[in-house]
Design a protein around this ligand. Structure first.
Ligand code: SAM
Length: 268
């Protein structure tokens, strides 16, 4: 993978320094919105593109045996640091690996729950990643993924241009692009919050209610996040239906964010 890449893991390391119990509690809510806590107990949980490691941590606390891997060594180190800090004695292994590397995947056991949130569209080959991930789910197991929503080629081209400029730019260019995106994505919210509550940063400061994330680090992840692909809900559900995955839950996103999908593998 020699193409332009965003350093996801550096951003995760930066975010993870501030992770507290509240972030973990909120991250747990986002997992059990789709799967019940009972579904984790005694099950295997494979976290592909674990990033910060926060969701692997939640799965381990819910009683699953966890295996996490990420392509980016900084993400791997970040996941390891979260484990060392919050769950050092848990049944949780962490490695560097890629969802596009079939030789690596051939050594990995299929899991009851395969989780890959915001990852497959950032690999450089989303449909190969879709195929590979579909082989890692046990029969009757669950696949929980999220994929950037397709808002049409004009919007995709626009953000692709910004991301390429960011990844290839120096500090000044990056800072300029972050400011521009902040204005475009958050300007209206700052204004509404100011007039509604007197605090323009109300939603910004409450952003961690969304999966335990941080508004600033999610903004950096979005502006820099390359490779970048998108898919409509229909494209994703049709693809996985053909592979015998039944859609059991979804959380749509009508903007540039991620549609979330929970599938169950229905074949023997
Ligand atoms: C936006 S982050 C999502 C992190 C985490 N899943 C979450 O929900 O917070 C995307 C992650 O996917 C990882 N990634 C990108 N390409 C990958 C690949 N080919 N195989 C495994 N992980 C990959 C990145 O390094 C990054 O840590």
């Amino acid at each position: 993978m020699n193409e332009d890449r965003f350093e996801f893991g550096k951003n995760w390391k930066n975010y993870a320094k501030d992770v507290e119990d509240e972030h973990i509690r909120i991250a747990e809510q986002s997992l059990i919105e789709a799967l019940s806590p009972e579904q984790f107990k005694g099950k295997t949980f494979l976290d592909i593109g674990s990033g910060s490691g926060l969701f692997s941590l939640v799965a381990t606390r819910l009683g699953a045996t966890v295996f996490s891997f990420d392509y980016d060594i900084d993400s791997v180190e970040c996941t390891q640091a979260i484990k060392d800090r919050f769950a050092p004695n848990s049944d949780w292994s962490i490695e560097q690996g890629s969802i596009l590397d079939e030789e690596y995947l051939s050594k990995i056991e299929k899991a009851d729950i395969v989780y890959s949130w915001g990852v497959l569209h950032s690999t450089g080959n989303m449909y190969k990643a879709f195929h590979n991930i579909s082989t890692l789910v046990k029969p009757q197991g669950h696949l929980f993924i999220s994929i950037y929503n397709n808002q049409g080629s004009k919007v995709t081209r626009y953000w692709l241009g910004i991301k390429k400029e960011y990844v290839n730019g120096n500090e000044d260019v990056r800072s300029k692009l972050l400011k521009k995106a902040l204005h475009e994505l958050w300007g209206r919210t700052f204004t509404d919050d100011f007039f509604d509550t007197g605090d323009p940063l109300k939603s910004w400061n409450e952003y961690k209610k969304y999966r335990g994330m941080s508004a600033y680090h999610d903004l950096v992840d979005w502006v820099g996040g390359l490779p970048y692909e998108v898919a409509t809900r229909k494209e994703v559900t049709t693809y996985f239906r053909k592979k015998n995955f039944e859609l059991v839950w979804q959380k749509p996103n009508n903007g540039t964010g991620c549609n979330e999908y929970l599938f169950r593998k229905v074949d023997k």
